[in-house]
Write a protein that binds this ligand. Structure first.
Ligand code: GLN
Length: 308
């Protein structure tokens, strides 16, 4: 017999398929080429069972969702004190590509905006940018539960057009937040954003955080448990950029979105959620993705602030 949760997700997917608001991201030219109709929802429980509906096997680039997981790797590698000298934890209330730096230290306000993510990527373990890339790749693979690959066309497209991110990197170099060659470090950031995932992968990544850092199927510990709540805290306040306040108010879950159309949401101790639909609102969040999470929060009581 079909589980009630599967039946519920199928009905929700059907209902929200008629939502056609939003636009594909086009500032990275290659992202404008994806099929806008794709739509998948996947929910993973703490024993690793996945409930999936729609295009949950379709690949897309992870984009900014990677920021939360690379931040986790940086905390694990360098410890909280050191990481705090490079990037803060205050919501910026600004767009994801804003140049929100601390006026004196130059540290970006948080690791979920581009400036903070570029700083974070530059400090993961590794003596060279190549070694650091291997660390990022391994960290992402542990969260996902299998090896990762990169969409080279998206990566090239982003590198060719990413002048704003380049400017941010030089600002970070100016403040000594990024050390070494800022362009080589930035290429790692472009590459991490171009990692290919599907909706199911996102749900397992979220479930790993929900499960206090241990992947529910592989049982691999991805980061020390004391850092899991730090990562979730920053996702809750900063994960949805300048929509973060409304998101916490209406949905009430730590989450992270990316301009590829993915969203991960975490209900600690219970579920990891992955949603994929590439049409975005003006803040760069998936329109259907937000709607799915609002509905899940309301219909099955996933708000972390709710009593029941
Ligand atoms: N790679 C994208 C960028 O740096 C990520 C942005 C996003 O997903 N919000 O612009």
């Amino acid at each position: 017999m079909k589980s009630p949760i599967q039946t519920y997700l199928e009905a929700l997917h059907k209902e929200l398929s008629s939502e056609r608001g939003g636009q594909l991201a086009s500032y990275i030219p290659e992202l404008a080429r994806v099929d806008a109709e794709q739509f998948g929802i996947c929910l993973v429980t703490m024993d690793g069972v996945a409930y999936c509906v729609g295009d949950t096997g379709a690949s897309f680039t992870i984009q900014s969702i990677s920021k939360a997981f690379v931040y986790a790797a940086a905390l694990a590698d360098r410890g909280q004190e050191y990481v705090a000298t490079k990037v803060g934890v205050e919501p910026s209330g600004d767009a994801f590509n804003s140049i929100s730096l601390h006026p004196h230290t130059g540290a970006p306000l948080n690791p979920m905006i581009n400036a903070g993510a570029i700083a974070t990527t530059s400090i993961v373990a590794g003596d060279t940018p190549e070694a650091q890339w291997r660390r990022i790749e391994a960290a992402m693979a542990a969260f996902i539960g299998h090896e990762v690959s990169v969409d080279e066309a998206v990566c090239r497209s982003e590198s060719e057009t990413g002048h704003r991110n380049r400017a941010i990197s030089w600002m970070l170099k100016n403040f000594n937040i990024v050390e070494g060659d800022p362009m080589a470090k930035l290429e790692n950031y472009f590459r991490q954003c171009s990692i290919l995932v599907n909706c199911r992968d996102l749900a397992y990544m979220a479930a790993t955080l929900a499960n206090n850092g241990t992947h529910p199927l592989s049982r691999v510990r991805t980061l020390p448990s004391e850092y899991v709540e730090r990562v979730l805290g920053v996702m809750a306040t900063c994960g949805m950029y300048d929509y973060a306040g409304s998101w916490l108010y209406e949905v009430g879950m730590p989450a992270k979105s990316g301009v590829g159309g993915g969203i991960v949401a975490v209900l600690p101790g219970r579920f990891g959620i992955g949603v994929f639909s590439p049409r975005l609102d003006e803040k760069g969040n998936s329109v259907r993705g937000i709607e799915v999470c609002k509905r899940l929060s309301r219909d099955i009581g996933l708000n972390i602030f709710s009593w029941t």
